[in-house]
Design a binder for this molecule. Structure first.
Ligand SMILES: Cc1ncc(COP(=O)(O)O)c(C=O)c1O
Length: 497
């Protein structure tokens, strides 16, 4: 038998291809024995090593099996048969998925129960936004100083040294931690130095790190009601026992929590309760810290948007008045700049830094360094504070237009909560039963106005209609149109005259 060599490239590759073709073409059927390598070498005028090399490649790829003492055989099951792409089996298994899925962990099963649809866990915009989109969380992308940002990106990329292109410190780049520590002390009254900061992938990773470091399965964690699902879902999935504590106009009801059994961690949004909007006054902040001391608990302070404060100066954070080393302060670039940056920061009591750095290292070995360096320069050169100042003025104007429009179009049929800070308000329609909400949203959406229910932040769904209204990315004329459209929808459903 002469091998049909194609003359391309190294000899052993030619032999490999010739044999593979012969096997697939049926000249050597599955299970048949191949001629000895010595014979093939002699017949083709090639060295035996060349033939052996090709045999070895075919063996590792699964075309051949060698049986000691009896020679080399064509495999009964050729690799092509195992690599066949099966069509979708209609049960959601896509080609290549194989049979039944691997068994899920307890935490993944719990998450599937808590958030049955994956969409509950994605913050991304799935469909094209409506012309007037009151989506919560989107900052104004049009206002972002892209020219400055791109200039820094280009400069940092051009200057990236070999050291920079290797793994960075898991806690984050020194430059960013330095720039942030100055910024946070100045603007938020955070007590920190760079060594106490760990850079995270947004606040979302901060909550995961805090549970890794401070919580065991079954530990009790106090969360606010209403609450931020981005916190409650991962906590519950990891086996924490959530203790929902009501909030009022001053934030979390510390007196209510004080009557419950001790918790290991309290998650709070004291500077702008999410989504309700209240601001925790100093007196209650001190009570909360005292209770943390009594419970021997940590406090996770989520300070996600309080740079935007409209009546008076921003309120100093809880961490700044903590003398007991109990507060873990979480901040994020998501509202200040843009969420896709996925950069946040945790300011940690000094005696916990090592534990957090270890947790961050094993979680992901660190946040992408180039992005961190760009943000460091952006802060150090003053762009962040300039941007925040400008945004505060623009957001204040949008907020005013929103409040005026609600007043003009809905009057005392609407109640607005949480307008003193941040980039959203909660708009309640106290006289309209919650069952009408889907119809109202549908009519508005048909007219190009997207509204979002506040329900997902409530454990016990509210009885009346409530919307979380994000206004930072909606221009003023659209805000007016949006509220008018809501009014029209209510009138058309006979819910307002
Ligand atoms: C209450 C709250 N905390 C934190 C964040 C920021 O999360 P991240 O930094 O993961 O984008 C948000 C953003 O929507 C939020 O609403």
């Amino acid at each position: 038998m002469l091998l049909d060599l194609d003359g391309q490239g190294p000899r052993h590759r030619q032999v490999y291809r010739a044999l593979r073709r012969a096997i697939l073409g049926g000249a050597f059927p599955p299970g048949s024995r191949l001629p000895p390598t010595r014979v093939l070498a002699h017949e083709s005028g090639l060295s035996r090593n060349t033939i052996l090399e090709a045999f070895e490649q075919l063996r590792v790829e699964g075309y051949l099996t060698a049986r000691t003492g009896s020679g080399t055989f064509v495999a009964e099951l050729l690799p092509e048969a195992t690599l066949v792409v099966r069509p979708d089996d209609g049960r959601g298994h896509r080609p290549g998925d194989g049979g039944s899925p691997l068994p899920l962990s307890t935490s993944a099963r719990r998450l599937a129960e808590l958030a049955p649809r994956a969409s509950r866990l994605t913050w991304s915009v799935r469909r094209p936004a409506a012309a007037c989109d009151f989506r919560y969380g989107a900052p104004s992308f049009d206002d972002f100083p892209m020219t400055e940002w791109s200039r820094i990106v280009a400069r940092r990329t051009r200057r990236a040294s070999m050291r920079r292109l290797s793994y960075g410190p898991p806690e984050g780049s020194e430059e960013l931690r330095e720039a942030l520590s100055r910024y946070l002390t100045r603007s938020r009254g955070v007590r920190c130095d760079p060594s106490r900061i760990v850079i995270t992938h947004g606040t979302q990773q901060a909550i995961n790190l805090v549970s890794d470091v401070l919580l065991d399965r079954g530990d009790r964690v106090a969360v606010e009601e209403p609450h931020y699902p981005g916190f409650t879902l991962p906590l519950e999935a990891r086996g924490a026992r959530l203790v929902y504590v009501d909030t009022d106009d001053d934030g979390l009801r510390v007196d209510v929590l004080a009557r419950r059994a001790p918790v290991r961690l309290m998650c709070v949004t004291p500077s702008h309760q999410f989504p309700g909007g209240s601001l925790m006054p100093l007196r209650r902040r001190l009570e909360l810290l005292e209770l943390a001391e009594r419970f021997d608990a940590g406090v996770l302070e989520d300070d996600y948007d309080s740079e935007f404060r409209y009546d008076g100066r921003p309120v100093a954070c809880l961490q700044g008045i903590d003398t007991g080393g109990r507060v873990l302060y979480a901040g994020s670039a998501s509202k200040l700049l843009f969420p896709a940056l996925r950069i946040g920061w945790l300011v940690i009591p000094s005696n916990l830094v090592d534990a957090f750095v270890r947790a961050k290292a094993v979680a992901d070995t660190g946040t992408p360094s180039l992005d961190q360096l760009v943000l460091a320069d952006f802060i150090a050169e003053g762009h962040l504070e300039r941007h925040v100042r400008r945004q505060r003025v623009r957001n204040a104007r949008r907020r005013e237009v929103l409040l005026d429009s609600i007043d003009a179009d809905l009057g005392d049929r609407a109640a607005v909560h949480g307008a003193r800070a941040g980039v959203h308000v909660v708009l309640w329609l106290p006289e309209v039963a919650a069952e009408h909400e889907p119809a109202i949203r549908r009519i508005c959406l048909d007219r190009g106005v997207a509204l979002y229910s506040v329900r997902s932040s409530y454990r016990r769904p509210p009885a009346c209609v409530g919307f979380t209204v994000g206004y930072a990315s909606v221009d003023e004329s659209q805000i007016r149109r949006g509220v008018r459209t809501l009014r029209e929808a209510l009138v058309s459903l006979d819910l307002l005259r």
